[in-house]
Design a protein around this ligand. Structure first.
Ligand SMILES: Nc1ncnc2c1ncn2[C@@H]1O[C@H](COP(=O)(O)OP(=O)(O)OP(=O)(O)O)[C@@H](O)[C@H]1O
Ligand SMILES: [Mg+2]
Length: 252
């Protein structure tokens, strides 16, 4: 059996009466690319927030990273352990260049870079990797959406994560730009990083993930290979509505 790098047990987050994430058990295997899908409002981003503790903490449940309980730790402590993420709503530091934005990540990562020169060197190698070297000294306000998404990825990578959580890094990109990001994700995975990819671009996520986890209305409704997920009745009905699923069953 493959090693589990991150595990959640009964993870729950409510907002008033709303069950944003409800009693979700999940396991992420070391070395995999796990696709994480579900209709709008399913609870995907909320689940990511709970892993990094970047929002008010979970209502209930436990999260373990390599066997160590982390749900009570501070975001910077979680980053130091080796988990980093991108944000769906990207907020680069305005008034700073691409290089400066990414350097900040390098100062907070798990390999404990503590001086600006080292951070800059590391940052340059990451910018090269995500194809942003030519924008190194450009204020982030001047980047387009595709560059901003890669900047966000670079900021997460600067922390040198073992586990990388990506929240819609392909949203708003054209097919060629999506292709670039997909290749990058595969390369990062080959370097040994475990990667969770939240994405609505189905073709992309089905193409790069070994396994897919599906949420709907705050609950985990399926986990399996892309092939299994494509044929899963509960997934089809979550995306297309119960009526379509019934129609499909009666035509089968
Ligand atoms: N801070 C908050 N206060 C109240 N409700 C919230 C808050 N954050 C999220 N929600 C609600 O929790 C539910 C889950 O939201 P979440 O953003 O996790 O979904 P998602 O799966 O990431 O959706 P999308 O694909 O649209 O990004 C939604 O109904 C959302 O409106
Ligand atoms: Mg989201």
């Amino acid at each position: 059996m493959s090693e589990i790098i991150l595990e959640g047990r009964g993870v729950t987050r409510t907002f008033g009466d709303l069950r944003a994430v409800w009693e979700v058990d999940f396991q992420i295997r070391k070395g995999e690319i796990l696709g994480f899908i579900g209709p709008n409002g399913a609870g995907k981003t909320t689940l990511l927030h709970m892993i990094n503790n970047t929002r008010p903490p979970l209502t209930r449940g436990e999260i373990f990273f390599k066997g160590q309980r982390i749900d009570h730790l501070k975001p910077y402590q979680i980053a130091e352990l080796g988990i980093s993420r991108t944000f769906q709503i990207v907020k680069p530091f305005p008034g700073m260049t691409t290089l400066e934005n990414v350097s900040i990540g390098a100062l907070f990562g798990k390999d404990k870079i503590r001086n600006a020169r080292q951070a800059r060197e590391k940052t340059r190698s990451i910018l090269a990797k995500v194809n942003l070297s030519q924008w190194e000294n450009v204020p982030v306000e001047n980047l387009n959406i595709s560059e901003i998404k890669r900047l966000e990825l670079a900021r997460a990578l600067a922390m040198d994560p073992e586990l990388l959580l990506l929240d819609e890094v392909m949203a708003g990109l054209n097919p060629a730009e999506i292709e670039l990001i997909m290749e990058l994700i595969i390369e990062l995975n080959r370097e040994g990083r475990t990667i969770v990819v939240i994405e609505h671009v189905m073709k992309a996520i089905m193409g790069i993930s070994q396994r897919i986890m599906v949420m709907h209305h705050g609950e985990k409704i399926a986990v399996g290979t892309p092939e299994e997920i494509r044929n899963d009745e509960s997934v089809i009905s979550a995306y297309l509505g119960e009526r379509y699923a019934k129609m499909r069953r009666s035509n089968a």
